[in-house]
Design a protein around this ligand. Structure first.
Ligand SMILES: [Ca+2]
Length: 251
């Protein structure tokens, strides 16, 4: 009997090792699909740990907005309390011309035009913010669309202890959703660093996310593992039909 248990233990360990090493190579990952919302159903993923206080950050993800999505898509909402100004971080994509990504930091709004952002296509999106400079920078698809805005939350900080939701906008802490303020689409490789990455680092992150990543040694190492949100390790909970599925992110 002991031999049988040992056999299964070895099998289990071997299988886990294969899966984990597959993820670490960046060849296989998990994407999350967000179906449309209804008046009673708000597909979302909610980060289990909270965020630390941030004086700067770099936020990257791979994003595909579905063709059926609303004009305005709410991708990330990090709220600290209730009320219209409760979002410390709010990332949206507005598909009406002029197509733009917006980043709201402590109620300061940066609008970053990006005409190349289209529905139904995977895009690599990175945004940075610094309290010291007040600068917000956007890089989409490794510089295909780059833009920056100054004077955003200069000298302020993103407070710790809030709730980070992907796919819905919060009006109350972890709730207060609106069926028109959501994301309909897929995301993967969500990563957050507590610093502003350099342009060359962001370029490498984008390169690792897109179809060329298999040829680059950087993939699945630092560029795929944010030090605040690590896509391979940070725990999320899924609600109202948001679901994970395996995908070959390099294709
Ligand atoms: Ca709202």
């Amino acid at each position: 009997m002991a031999k049988i248990y040992l056999f299964f233990a070895v099998l289990t360990i071997s299988w886990m090792t294969v899966v984990i090493s597959g993820l670490r190579r960046g060849e296989d990952a998990v994407k999350v699909e967000f179906p449309p919302s209804t008046s009673t159903s708000f597909p979302r993923m909610v980060m289990v740990p909270s965020l630390p206080r941030l004086l700067e950050f770099t936020l990257c993800l791979r994003l595909k907005i579905e063709s059926s999505a609303n004009v305005e898509n709410f991708i990330i909402s990090y709220a600290i309390g209730s009320g219209s100004d409760s979002n410390e971080i709010l990332l949206t994509a507005n598909m009406n011309a002029p197509v733009n990504i917006t980043l709201r930091v402590v109620n300061n709004l940066a609008v970053l035009q990006c005409p190349g952002l289209t529905r139904g296509v995977w895009h690599d999106v990175c945004v940075t913010w610094s309290s010291a400079t007040g600068r917000v920078e956007l890089v989409v698809d490794e510089g295909f669309c780059s833009n920056q805005v100054n004077g955003i939350a200069t000298g302020m900080s993103v407070r710790a202890g809030g709730v980070l939701v992907v796919g819905q906008e919060q009006d109350t802490l972890g709730g207060g959703f609106d069926s028109t303020q959501n994301l309909v689409g897929d995301i993967t490789q969500l990563m957050l660093w507590n610093e502003v990455l350099t342009s060359s680092q962001i370029f490498r992150v984008g390169s690792c996310l897109n179809k060329e990543c298999k040829s680059l040694p950087c993939c699945a190492e630092k560029e795929n593992t944010g030090n605040v949100i690590n896509w391979l390790q940070t725990k999320f909970e899924y609600y109202d039909g948001a679901k994970t599925s395996s995908t070959q992110i390099c294709k």
